[in-house]
Design a binder for this molecule. Sequence first.
Ligand SMILES: [Zn+2]
Ligand SMILES: [Zn+2]
Length: 256
Amino acid sequence: MHTAVLGSGSKGNSVYIEMEGMHILVDAGIGVRRVMKGLKEIGVTPDMLSAVFLTHEHTDHVKGLGPLLRATEATVYTRPGTLEALPKRKELPEERLEVIHDEMKLGPLTVKAFSTLHDAADPVGYSFYGANSKCTLATDLGFITSSVQSAIDGSDVLVLETNHDPAMLKRGSYPWPLKQRILSNRGHLANEEAAWALVHMKKRPKKLFLAHLSEENNRPELAKETVERVLREQGAASPTMEITVARQNDMDFWCE
Ligand SMILES: [Zn+2]
Ligand SMILES: [Zn+2]
């Protein structure tokens, strides 16, 4: 299994996953040139990409979709509500837009979509299951619901949101309504909330990417320190779990 976070943060998100010979992107919120450059570095050519799964319709997840579909043959899979709400949908090739409900097969993979609390039409995270492996992407979470908690459990690779530090957000420059939105149950996940989700996992991942960090209301070291501290305090620190803070403008790659 290969996982490459091609870019992650409030300005754009895209994650590449290779499992059981399938080559997949989750979200297309960064420029197609950067996607292609990242893929080339790990030996993936555009024609190898077969699917793009969208979590929701916000710009930081879809703004590169049009050019990406022109550069590849990939099919887009997303929830019906997200499809309805997609910006510039008329510019996209309709025959390559498919809906996913709760579960589907993609070649040898099983893909499960799980609902998240976020202020979008029908936002989801995804778990990908191979014969002996599981990879889950869970970002843009206002709150860890019980279904998100059970969806992330047992993942070998987990891409989990650590969006902000609430104290930095509160004293930062964002207007109050935006601060309220981020802090609400339909906004974004704080470092400590992500840490508690990890504490509550029965089986923690081998590889953890901390993702979708706010540039203004978080710092990579703070996100990592907070997660490690809470895990340690709760007796849940795992020496075999490798943690990487995903970056907005650079690729982070993991191979198993
Ligand atoms: Zn969003
Ligand atoms: Zn987002």
